[in-house]
Each structure stands twice: as structure tokens, then as C-alpha cells.
Design a protein around this ligand. Structure first.
Ligand SMILES: Nc1ncnc2c1ncn2[C@@H]1O[C@H](COP(=O)(O)OP(=O)(O)OP(=O)(O)O)[C@@H](O)[C@H]1O
Ligand SMILES: [Mg+2]
Length: 182
């Protein structure tokens, strides 16, 4: 079953394929409206306007290996199934912003999944890319910025067991604190 983490992995992969050096992942929950907003922003090659209109069509892909591109259409579908919405903004040579809004209390809301593992996988597979991970519930939350961690590491690769464990633990600990998870 698809979950939010799976979508993040999928959408960030698009950013990496577009040559992004920096990807921001924002997960913003609002208790008043019961909404979860997922934003993924990159500084990759971007898309032309006519392409933006096509990308939510499941039969559109620029991949030469396959005939369908499902990443964006599936995210759109899962957001809309909860009564939410989906949008893309993009500019050539500047980058892309994908935004999906979910209604958390809708019966078709998908689970959040394992965000710590997703983030770990992304860093391990692209240790030279800068990732900003932001999770907020109303005014509380936390940021994990690999550019900042990289600076503190003074040349040590992010793709080492110790760093990846640190990142996973930090995300788990913060989610626990934020959500009151055991
Ligand atoms: N962040 C992005 N920057 C530039 N182009 C993008 C970005 N995201 C998507 N695209 C373009 O939109 C197309 C469709 O994306 P989508 O994720 O739906 O399918 P896909 O990546 O081609 O295939 P799949 O996700 O199923 O492996 C991509 O092939 C790519 O050309
Ligand atoms: Mg894709």
C-alpha cells in the first residue's frame, strides 16, 4: 500500500533525476483544519509550462525505459481521494515545487509510513545532495538540514553508518516528542 513516505521517495527521485542539488521536504500538519500539506521543492532543471500540464497524465513520461510515469499521478490521486488537492509549480533552470494537501481524518487517508527510513535511504543514495527535512504540527516541529550536518562533519561523507544512524534517531526522537508516540 502507498504511504506518504513512499510518495516522498518517489517525488524526490524525480528531483534527483532533474539534477537537483538541493531538495526540501516539508510536512506540515494543521490541527485546526485537519490537513497535512506535503511540499517537495527542488532546484533541478524544471519543466516547461506545456509539460507541467501533461505530467499528471499517467501515460506521460520522459523516461526512455518505460511508457508510463506514475509518480505524480498517484500522489495527485491519493491527495484528491481524501478531498485534498495537488499542484505543481515549475520554472526551467530554476526548479520545481510539488504540493499535495491531504485531509487527515478522511477514511481514504493513507498512513505516514516510515519517514526516518525514507530520509535515511535518500541520504545514503545521494550523499552529496542537500536535503532539508521539515516536520511541523501547527507551530511545533523540527528541521533536519544535511547542509548543516555536512558542515559540522568537515569532509566526512554523510553516507556512513554513524551519520545515517544519527539522522534516523533524530527523526524518530522528534516525531515521538511531537506526536507523543511511545
Ligand atoms: N522535479 C522535477 N523536475 C523536472 N521534471 C520533473 C520533475 N518531476 C517530474 N518531472 C517530469 O515529469 C515526468 C513524470 O513524472 P512522474 O514521476 O509522474 O513519472 P516518471 O518519473 O517518469 O515515472 P515513475 O515515477 O513512474 O518512475 C518525468 O518523467 C519528468 O520528465
Ligand atoms: Mg517519478
Amino acid at each position: 500500500m502507498k504511504d506518504i513516505s513512499y510518495h516522498i521517495l518517489d517525488i524526490v527521485r524525480n528531483s534527483l533525476n532533474a539534477g537537483a542539488r538541493m531538495v526540501e521536504i516539508h510536512i506540515l500538519e494543521y490541527s485546526q483544519t485537519g490537513q497535512l500539506v506535503l511540499k517537495i521543492k527542488d532546484n533541478g532543471s524544471g519543466m516547461k509550462e506545456e509539460m507541467i500540464n501533461k505530467v499528471t497524465d499517467p501515460f506521460f513520461t520522459t523516461s526512455v525505459k518505460k511508457k508510463v510515469g506514475l509518480g505524480l499521478p498517484l500522489l495527485k490521486q491519493n491527495a484528491e481521494l481524501t478531498g485534498g488537492r495537488f499542484s505543481i509549480e515549475s520554472a526551467v533552470q530554476k526548479g520545481t515545487l510539488v504540493e499535495a494537501v491531504f485531509n487527515l481524518h478522511h477514511i481514504d487517508m493513507i498512513p505516514i509510513g516510515d519517514l526516518a527510513l525514507t530520509f535515511r535511504t535518500l541520504i545514503a543514495s545521494s550523499p552529496d545532495t542537500d536535503f532539508l527535512y521539515r516536520y511541523r504540527v501547527d507551530d511545533c516541529g523540527f528541521d533536519l538540514d544535511t547542509a548543516e550536518i555536512r558542515m559540522r562533519l568537515e569532509g566526512v561523507s554523510l553516507n556512513t553508518r554513524e551519520v545515517l544512524d544519527y539522522v534516523t534517531d533524530a527523526i524518530h526522537a522528534n516525531l515521538k516528542a511531537l506526536k507523543g508516540w511511545k
